[in-house]
Design a protein around this ligand. Sequence first.
Ligand SMILES: [Fe+2]
Length: 439
Amino acid sequence: MALFCDLVRDIGKDRKAGHLAASLSELTDVDLLLERILKDARSLISAEAGSIYIRRGQKLVLAISQNDYLERVVGESCELPFLNYALDLDHASLAGYVALEQRTLAIENTADIDPDAPFQHHTAVDKSANYFTQTVMTLPIKGMLPESIGVIQLINPLDPHGRAKGFDEDDEKILEFYVNSAAMSLEKAMMLRSLTLRNVELISRHDPQETAAHAQRVACLSAEIFEHWSTKRKTPYQERLRVLDLFPLAAMLHDIGKTSVPRSILTKPGRLDLKERATMEGHVLIGARLFRQHRTQLDKLTYQVILDHHERWDGQGYPGWVDIDTGRPLPGRVGPGGRVLGKKGSEISIYGRILAVADVYDALVSRRSYKDSFDESLSIQIMEQESGHHFDPQVIESLLARRSVLRRIRDRFPDSEDNEEMARELPLARAPLAYPVGA
Ligand SMILES: [Fe+2]
């Protein structure tokens, strides 16, 4: 507390650190937080690059990396060679040393590290990225548990002319204050995502196809599509941020109603009879009822995602215009033969329209009990054929526009059981993830 009071009394960098730390409270999404924390921490010392590693077992997994120089020189379109990059959690690297010892290391010049020091700078990463980490500060991200959450590395501070300038005297103190404050926000966001994934685990016990990996891929793709769709419409930044902050969590829960559907129906290999099909389709209303109270913005968004994710653009989806308690058609919403009318077009919330695209695309490229996985081109072709029928054409347009991230999402969250534990609860890596440096 004394540290905070001292800092906010000051002006300049100290005050900026206080404001930046306070502004983190508007975010609950792990990925948005990581992106903001790294960007803000870099801005405090004008660092050209930086990375955040998250601790997972005996590894430090790269969660996010930013590098102004490489973005300028290489651009965002290049291959992303360091996806799922991880360091061993030991004293050999700067990051590992800091994560274990939980104290900040400020290195003015990595070339001057004593060869007998317990830690060394891993130059292999720099060489792969064709970058030189000269000055690096590595700080532990400490939460409530005795072990650190991870580490943040801030690399190569520059003066206003873009020349290397080294650290200022108070940089370490200011960054420690900022990172300690940020850790509290990050830990809460991780807790929320972890709780959400526990729910996904419950769903997967009923329906083995609904794995944590599938939920995270759908969440990640939904956010990517929304980002493109909303940017194209010039949706105000704050509104986009508000949705992006909650959409991934809501997307992960889209099939929570399946926990009330008998496993025998969910895993039946052949076609479902009419009664079984009705039970299966009931998962939408069961799930929506859980979130109908709208106590929070997340409830509201999750409710819309669940209720609308099986509607179709052409009105042939389900559950349609029904009372969510009784499942009966709403007044005036009965079609020929007494059938309930489906929602169609923009009657379906944009969140439901996006989720439908992300969910079906992921099912196509994944192996299922009834089919092998389709490759990306065939899956995209099928999605395009359904544009204007099953799917909103503009959402399909956004899916196609984000085609470059499809493989990255699958690589981040593979179905393999070996990788399931590692990938579980990792940041979604939605932001451009490219060039780790430092280490
Ligand atoms: Fe569903």
